[in-house]
Design a protein around this ligand. Sequence first.
Ligand code: FAD
Ligand code: FES
Length: 276
Amino acid sequence: MEHKKSVISGEVVANREVTKNHFLMSLTVPDNFQVALPGQFIMVRMKDMGSPFLARPFSIYSTYSFENNTILEILYRVVGKGTLKFSHLKRDDKLDILGPLGNGFDVPPGCKKIALVAGGIGVAPLSFLAEYYRKRSTDSVEDRKVICYIGARTSEWLVGIEKLEEVCSRVIISTDDGSEGHHGYVTDLFIKDINSYRRDGSMVYSCGPYAMMKRMAGILEDCPIPCQVSIEERMACGVGACLGCAVRVKSQEGHSRYMRVCTDGPVFNIEEIIWD
Ligand SMILES: Cc1cc2nc3c(=O)[nH]c(=O)nc-3n(C[C@H](O)[C@H](O)[C@H](O)COP(=O)(O)OP(=O)(O)OC[C@H]3O[C@@H](n4cnc5c(N)ncnc54)[C@H](O)[C@@H]3O)c2cc1C
Ligand code: FES
């Protein structure tokens, strides 16, 4: 569905730290955001035009209605000067927002079993995917299983678990340092269960650090269950104008070509990407 892509003003309703250096921001947005799809993102920019000048991309974590307003949530980690500035925003502060942008995850009608493989803050679009289909699906929980495998460096970096437990059939945790759940990588957990997924009727969705998604691509080469990934490339414009977000993909002739993450993605079939 084509959405109007003009800059709108969003007002901060709440912006709280949910775990160390990770924040959940709720914003009022126009009603057209209620049709945003899981996997789509917004570009967010401070109103005052001070530094940082460029907008920053964030996956949509949730949208809902509250007291006649449409609320959009983003879940973000403070990594640099932009996200640090966002973390200081208070209720009633205003932001420039562009969106919803990009494509969304595709869930085929016959899909009965879904694996979400999330690394760190990559949980944001996957949690929205699980919530979206839990709200809209006519299938019972038994008919469509959604298993989330979520990994982080340490327990302090695990975010969004409570909501995942509400919207998924099962949530399985790993941490690189063993401070919570399985001691090791989240991809190890997925490999343990891989034989319970089928080529027909199952889907895998993944978002997280590049190395994790590259590993997923390797795992699924030997066991081809359809998988879509959301690529979190650096972005400048978010609307296809600057080519700053190009990723190398396979072309039909066996060569490679570039696609723009902001307009051709951010969701791609995992086998399309050339994981250098
Ligand atoms: C489609 C999309 C969806 C995203 N969704 C989310 C989200 O839901 N939550 C969230 O916390 N972040 C998300 N990101 C990443 C987020 O946009 C960056 O973390 C943010 O732009 C960093 O801004 P900054 O000014 O704080 O950091 P900068 O000062 O610009 O950079 C600080 C550090 O972060 C690294 N960095 C910057 N951008 C990215 C990136 N895109 N991916 C990985 N490392 C980066 C830089 O290399 C540098 O090391 C998303 C990115 C994309 C493209
Ligand atoms: S961010 Fe400018 S083309 Fe994608």
